[in-house]
Design a binder for this molecule. Structure first.
Ligand code: GDP
Length: 296
């Protein structure tokens, strides 16, 4: 089920209820049930769905509603607020400072969209007046440096990488040192992924983190991986303690509920969402407007 379907289902559950002539408790319970079913089919963790169900019930408190209350508005607002709560961990993401070298390190599994998102983010900051650059510390995947080089060249972003150095820690350290000296303000370090979560990858991440001392570590999560997203994010969090998430491929046929659950499980804010393969296909993530858009 794609995200827009989820929104449509939730919306129609609320509308059916608020339009029905008998807006009684039974109909209210039916609406909540339909919303919860929609969230579960979108891969949102069952525990989260159950918390949301209880919170909506508690907030609306149907039995105690005075007869004159605007039930429709109350119910719509409760559903909206709870959905916002689901995607908002109430943690402030890092804000880079002008005139200083801000190092941002990317982590995530191979194919999640790290290299693509690195360039998108560098371009995003560049367009906002930051001096941005890219470091390719992915020495694991053949072709990774070429891919970053091509993207960076297209976006006119300076880059650093090596075709001969096989130690990603050395490349990361040298690249960041060079760009710090050159007073770049946003230094984005792309790291390698693996097909699976494995110890080698986590060890490498920890070593690169120690070498470049990032101001922020961002985990890139593929929206299409469904329920695995939560455990994957948790494992990365335990190893690399990232402070922000970028969810990619939200334009695809994915519900994204797994990714939403990952946010809740790791109490980490989503900062951007990837909406396509091109350089400009990235949007800033804001819980309120995300839910507004979701509900159309
Ligand atoms: P990495 O291995 O994590 O560095 O992943 P890549 O950046 O190479 O991306 C893997 C694939 O996903 C590429 O084909 C990208 O074009 C694609 N991709 C990345 N982000 C998005 C997105 O937001 N939407 C879509 N549709 N494709 C994306």
């Amino acid at each position: 089920m794609v995200l827009s379907d989820l929104g449509r289902r939730i919306n129609s559950a609320v509308n059916d209820l608020t339009r029905s002539s008998t807006l009684d408790e039974k109909a209210f319970e039916e609406m909540i049930k339909e919303i919860c079913n929609a969230l579960i089919s979108a891969d949102v963790n069952i525990k989260l769905v159950s918390t949301l169900r209880n919170s909506i019930k508690k907030t609306v408190n149907f039995k105690e509603l005075p007869p004159a209350a605007n039930k429709k508005r109350l119910i719509q607002k409760a559903v909206f607020d709870e959905l916002v709560r689901l995607v908002d961990p109430h943690a402030e993401p890092f804000k880079p400072k002008k005139g200083k070298s801000n190092v941002i390190m990317f982590v995530g599994l191979q194919g999640a969209g790290k290299t693509t998102s690195c360039t998108k983010l560098a371009r995003w900051y560049q367009a906002r007046g930051f001096k941005a650059c890219l470091v390719c510390a992915d020495t694991f995947r053949a072709g990774a440096f070429d891919q970053l080089k091509q993207n960076a060249t297209k976006a006119k972003i300076p880059y650093y990488g090596s075709l001969t150095q096989t130690d990603p820690v050395v490349v990361a350290r040298e690249g960041v040192e060079q760009f710090r000296k050159e007073r770049f303000e946003i230094i984005i370090v792309d790291t390698s992924g693996r097909h699976r979560q494995e110890q080698d990858l986590f060890d490498e991440m920890v070593q690169i983190q120690a070498a470049v001392k990032p101001d922020q570590t961002i985990m890139v999560l593929d929206a299409t991986i469904g329920q695995q997203a939560e455990s994957q994010a948790q494992a990365f969090k335990d190893a690399a303690d990232f402070g922000a998430i970028i969810i990619t491929k939200t334009d695809g046929a994915a519900a994204g509920g797994g990714a939403i659950s990952a946010v809740a499980a790791t109490h980490t804010p989503i900062v951007f969402i990837g909406t396509g393969e091109h350089m400009l296909d990235m949007e800033r993530f804001a819980p309120q407007s995300f839910v507004s858009k979701l509900l159309g």
